[in-house]
Design a protein around this ligand. Structure first.
Ligand code: PLP
Length: 391
């Protein structure tokens, strides 16, 4: 029987969630009941982790790497991240600023805990990854959305963000390539943002670059690390989940300026101690081994995104912009005259196609639906054919 005497701390009322996991659970249940389900809901590559990376993880276990590692991550792995950043962005980042964590998501929570509290404001993209808003609310700060509009290719306008900054603003969160929209912010906007932030030296920027290697439109990827003027108050979120199809290994990293690093490390010690050793050996192999797997995934997602967009645009009531990165299509479905949640439920319940309704990514997501391209060509074709049949 439930005990109704104790009281749960109030802050927990502020926690949000990721609907993609709820949809996944419902889709799995329907599949178990024998229904034919096509899952375009969850955001993870349909590839398995490349063999050489898996082997490195197995070898680490067989070699006896079963204990704790440094709470900041193995030194050789932090060194490898630093080298990778130099190779890709021509920027020198000391391994002493790199923190290995169990999944990129951890960096969102850490950033909110480091900079959010009552009477502070944190700006975040909307529609955007739902954990931003949830973590900000949990920190006690006010979550202030900035809108990503379809008319701007789901990019942000730097001036729009800068205009929202006031003396309460402690943190700005950006994400490009973006979940759920597939939008990529052009370099020129990022330049305006970095330059504009010079006027607000007490505001920290957190750039979520987890989809950096899946960028295929006309706007190429630009890391915020390439703007030295904001480096001393820049947090970077990145990791292995998407790039190397390693979502279940729980492996990510953050880059923190010196002033924040020590506290982020303390949070790590308090919460998870360290990332499991074998996963870190696998991560080392991922960075140091052949990179053709990354290119192959990028090419595949680009092709599938184009194919999915093309087909979605033939469905009555749907209109879909070309995704420029990540692995999602985010069609406008207002032409169906139904709400996003009605469409999401109709697709799963009537035809077994799992998608995620736009409002799961914030209030400005109403009128949109997220479909993941991380499924086989056949599955995507079949799913879109089923959708076409009922609209
Ligand atoms: N940031 C964005 C924009 C994401 O879409 C995700 C995962 O879907 C994450 C962060 C978290 O990644 P991880 O699985 O490494 O925690």
């Amino acid at each position: 029987m439930e005990n109704n005497f104790y009281k749960i701390a109030n802050r927990n009322n502020n926690l949000g969630t990721e609907t993609a996991f709820t949809v996944l659970a419902k889709a799995n249940k329907l599949a178990l009941e024998g229904k034919s389900i096509i899952n375009l809901g969850i955001g993870q590559p349909d590839f398995t982790t490349p063999e050489h990376i898996v082997e490195a993880g197995i070898k680490a276990l067989k070699d006896g790497h079963h204990g704790y590692t440094q709470s900041t991550g193995m030194p050789e792995l932090r060194e490898a991240v630093s080298n990778d950043i130099h190779k890709r962005h021509k920027v020198n980042i000391s391994p002493d600023n790199i923190l290995i964590v169990p999944g990129g998501k951890v960096i969102i929570f850490f950033s909110a805990m480091l900079l959010g509290e009552k009477n502070k404001e944190i700006l975040y993209p909307n529609p955007g990854f739902p954990i931003y808003e949830s973590a900000i609310n949990y920190s006690g700060a006010n979550a202030i959305p900035y809108r990503l509009s379809e008319s701007k290719g789901f990019s942000f306008s730097a001036n729009d963000i800068l205009n929202k900054i006031n003396d309460k603003t402690s943190l700005v969160i950006i994400n490009s390539p973006a979940n759920p929209t597939g939008g990529v912010v052009p370099k020129v906007e990022l330049e305006i943002l970095a330059k504009g932030l010079e006027k607000f030296p007490d505001v920290v920027l957190m750039s979520d670059e987890i989809y950096d290697q899946f960028c295929f439109g006309e706007n190429t990827f630009t890391s915020m690390l390439t703007f030295p003027e904001i480096r001393n108050r820049l947090i970077i979120l990145n990791g292995w989940s998407k790039t190397y199809a390693m979502t279940g290994w729980r492996l990510g990293y953050g880059i923190f300026p010196k002033k924040l690093y020590g506290i982020a490390e303390k949070l790590a010690v308090n919460i998870h101690s360290c990332v499991n050793a074998s996963a870190q050996f696998a991560a080392l192999e991922a960075l140091q081994g052949p990179q053709d797997c990354v290119l192959e995934m990028n090419n595949t997602f680009k092709r599938r995104a184009g194919m999915m967009q093309n087909r979605l645009n033939k469905i009555e009531g749907f209109s879909c912009q070309e995704p420029n990165g990540a692995f999602y299509c985010f069609p406008n479905i207002t032409g169906t005259k139904k709400t996003s949640t009605e469409v999401q439920n109709k697709l799963l319940d009537e035809i077994g196609v799992a998608t995620v309704a736009g409002p799961s990514f914030g209030q400005y997501g109403e009128g949109f639906l997220r479909l993941s391209c991380a499924n086989s060509d056949e599955a995507i074709e079949e799913a879109i054919a089923r959708i076409r049949n009922i609209f």
